[in-house]
Design a protein. Structure first.
Length: 116
């Protein structure tokens, strides 16, 4: 279930992360995705660290959906190498980048998970 104030909480997370650069130990795509799920639902999901991001994300138990149907607050997988991000508006997602958040169209995503 999404919190009633999920949009405000997600916006606060995005604002705080806007200029926060990637750090392999402290701020990576998995940490960003977990923070987004917590902002949207109020709960930090249990996730198993598995050999791939796709498998690790699946372990949280959220249903997979096609990226074209993802809505703000949903988690997406994109890129080569793969990275997790969060949908911010229809057709666009953000990802942790070297100098802060980077934006990409959902057409670059291969998979999404419905959150709440």
């Amino acid at each position: 279930m999404r919190r009633k104030d999920w949009a405000v909480r997600l916006a606060a997370l995005l604002s705080a992360a806007e200029a926060r650069p990637f750090d392999v130990r402290h701020w990576n795509c998995a940490g960003f995705a977990l923070a987004a799920v917590e902002a949207v639902t109020g709960n930090k999901p249990g996730v198993k660290v598995l050999p791939s991001l796709k498998a690790s994300a699946d372990s949280a138990g959220f249903p997979r959906i096609a990226p074209a149907f993802a809505r703000p607050g949903d988690i997406v997988l994109a890129g080569d190498p793969p990275r997790l991000g969060v949908v911010v508006e229809a057709g666009r997602a953000v990802f942790v980048g070297p100098k802060g958040l980077t934006h990409a169209p959902l057409t670059e995503c291969s998979l999404a998970w419905r959150i709440g």
